[in-house]
Write a protein that binds this ligand. Structure first.
Ligand code: C2E
Ligand code: CA
Ligand code: CA
Ligand code: CA
Length: 272
């Protein structure tokens, strides 16, 4: 019995070691891989729910390391824990704004929605870096939307509200991402002046089957509109979900139903 236990423990140790080694390997590869072109951006349309026209693309980061695809759910967390998210975030911001200037030559109303980690916003260099980019690339600042995830913003609402006020004075727009997955969604809306809320996919998934999810999305949409926020539904995969969301007066949607995230050239095609 004792022997069996020891074996289990050693297998567990081995798995933990493997996980740690992988993490260590990924952590060390990030910077070099950025410099060698291992990272690129994908673009997923956000579509007006009434006329089905693309109004925005969300920018999503992709990483291929020696032919292996590493998902953002894995590397973003590592970058945040090991102090590399600012470096990675600056790469995303620069690439995104360069793409935006090209997209806007085709259609000057199209916006890009860029994910930013709360850790990036906590860095004093963020605004300076962004302002420098805006000086270099001639883009309409209203066409830059920054997505901030609701789950991690609560700790630092007072500071965040100052940063967001500064960003808004530049002209940049703010979205609350994954709305409904945190614990103080309403206080986030009260304290921060945001332009868009993105209702998390977990509310959209079963919206046709679970009346409670539908009621929550309905109420959140009404409340958001009353305080001047537009509402985006994420993760829309089926027509029945879309029809229902339209009935609830959600403003726009994003999901595999319209398009998966695509490369820049395909994004341009979608606009044509
Ligand atoms: P998110 O911001 O919630 O992004 C939406 C995720 O849902 C994306 O996954 C997208 O590909 C996926 N998705 C979109 N529509 C559908 C759908 O209809 N069905 C399903 N099943 N999935 C859908 P992705 O690209 O793997 O990104 C995962 C997360 O990684 C993002 O979640 C975001 O939090 C983070 N992330 C991605 N790029 C960046 C970045 O540049 N910076 C930061 N800080 N985070 C990023
Ligand atoms: Ca997002
Ligand atoms: Ca999201
Ligand atoms: Ca989500």
């Amino acid at each position: 019995e004792g022997k069996k236990n020891r074996n289990e423990i050693s297998i567990f140790d081995e798995r933990m070691m493997q996980a740690l080694n992988r993490e260590e390997m990924l952590r060390r590869s990030i910077k070099e891989s950025v410099e060698q072109g291992g990272f690129h951006l994908c673009y997923q349309p956000i579509v007006d729910i009434i006329d089905n026209k693309i109004i925005t693309f969300e920018v999503l980061l992709r990483w291929h390391l020696n032919d292996e695809f590493i998902p953002p759910s894995e590397f973003i967390d590592i970058a945040e824990r090991y102090g590399q998210i600012n470096f990675l975030g600056e790469f995303v911001l620069e690439q995104a704004i360069a793409s935006l200037s090209k997209l806007n030559k085709l259609d000057n109303t199209i916006a890009l929605s860029i994910n930013v980690s709360v850790l990036q916003l906590e860095s004093h260099d963020f605004i300076i870096f962004l302002k420098n980019l805006l000086n270099r690339y001639c883009v309409n600042k209203n066409n830059i939307h920054l997505e901030i995830t609701e789950t991690i913003m609560i700790k630092n609402l007072v500071y965040l509200s100052k940063v967001i006020t500064q960003l808004k004075s530049i002209g940049v727009r703010i979205s609350i991402d994954d709305f409904g997955t945190g614990f103080s969604s309403i206080s986030v809306l009260k304290e921060l002046s945001v332009d868009y809320i993105k209702i998390d996919k977990s509310y959209v998934d079963n919206i046709c089957e679970h009346s409670k999810d539908k009621s929550i999305v309905s109420a959140v949409t009404k409340m958001s509109h009353m305080i001047g926020c537009k509402v985006i539904a994420e993760g829309v995969e089926r027509n029945d979900q879309l029809a229902l969301l339209k009935g609830l007066e959600v403003d726009s949607y994003q999901g595999y139903l319209f398009s998966k995230p695509v490369k820049f050239e395909q994004a341009l095609e979608l606009l044509r």
